[in-house]
Design a protein around this ligand. Structure first.
Ligand code: SAM
Length: 260
């Protein structure tokens, strides 16, 4: 029983969860970006902006003051980066030395991301790597910042993934995790519940042709540890100065930790 975990509200053997998760993202990949906008009413853009602000890539030099080559190099690893949103936003916010690597286990999500990179002529600064968060194919201390947005709750062994993200972060680098959280505002909680379990799967059925993957997404949000419990997992993985702040009444939490 100790080797069981959950897939949404279902109890499943730990070794079977990843395949079930992969099937979800295989099904939603082509509609993923559109569905994000529809399900969150565009709010995911503000949440991602908050994450990118915290990633804090070195800013662009002021025209006439710094040439492109003198801008500081900065390497972001975005784990479970899917179609590349966080990486594209970080590149847009950062100076010419900013580079991003998207690591994701799902070839279909990565394919959509690569197409976006080519479409925006960003394929030289955003790299897509097929990788499992539990076993990252990167050297120790090789990134200035590591992020994971709406990804960690899908990973079967969260403790293993946290340790891996800590390992590849340089000393003095920051880890940031954006994840759905718990709405505790009276009134908003009931509304959010109603919306999540009714509107989201219905949108999935109408727009993406299948309600089931979206039911999993909602259920997995409810099963994710509360912010304080997740903070304890981050500390156990080695992160220091662990903190979090909630956004939009607790719909989302932005967790932060440092490698010191
Ligand atoms: N970070 C992106 C964003 O915010 O738009 C995508 C988030 S999407 C909800 C979750 C992503 O986690 C999917 O692309 C999925 O393939 C990926 N994922 C699930 N399990 C993973 C694992 N073990 N290792 C790496 N990526 C994983």
């Amino acid at each position: 029983m100790s080797d069981d975990t959950h897939f949404g509200y279902r109890q499943v053997p730990l070794d079977e969860k990843q395949a079930l998760v992969d099937d979800v993202f295989h099904k939603v990949a082509r509609r993923y970006d559109l569905m994000n906008d529809l399900m969150s009413g565009g709010l995911h853009r503000a949440w991602k902006d908050a994450l990118v602000t915290a990633i804090n890539p070195p800013p662009k030099g002021r025209p006439g003051r710094l040439d492109e080559k003198s801008e500081r190099a900065f390497a972001l690893l975005d784990v479970a980066g899917g179609t590349g949103d966080i990486s594209f936003r970080t590149i847009a916010a950062g100076g010419a030395g900013t580079r991003a690597t998207v690591a994701d286990i799902n070839a279909e999500m990565l394919a959509v991301g690569r197409e976006r990179a080519y479409g925006q002529a960003l394929d030289d600064v955003v790299t897509f790597v097929d990788a499992n968060a539990e076993s990252l194919p990167f050297a120790d201390k090789s990134f200035d910042a590591v992020s994971i947005a709406f990804g960690i709750r899908n990973v079967p062994r969260i403790d293993v993934a946290l340790a891996e993200m800590h390992r590849v972060l340089r000393i003095g680098g920051r880890f940031l995790c954006l994840e759905f959280s718990n709405v505790d505002v009276p009134g908003l909680d009931a509304l959010y519940e109603l919306y999540s379990f009714n509107v989201v799967p219905a949108l999935g059925r109408v727009v993406a042709g299948d309600a089931e993957p979206y039911r999993y997404l909602v259920e997995s949000i409810r099963r994710f540890p509360r912010p304080n419990a997740f903070a304890a997992m981050m500390r156990a993985a080695g992160f220091a100065r662990v903190s979090h702040r909630v956004l939009s009444g607790g719909i989302v939490a932005l967790h932060s930790g440092w490698r010191l």
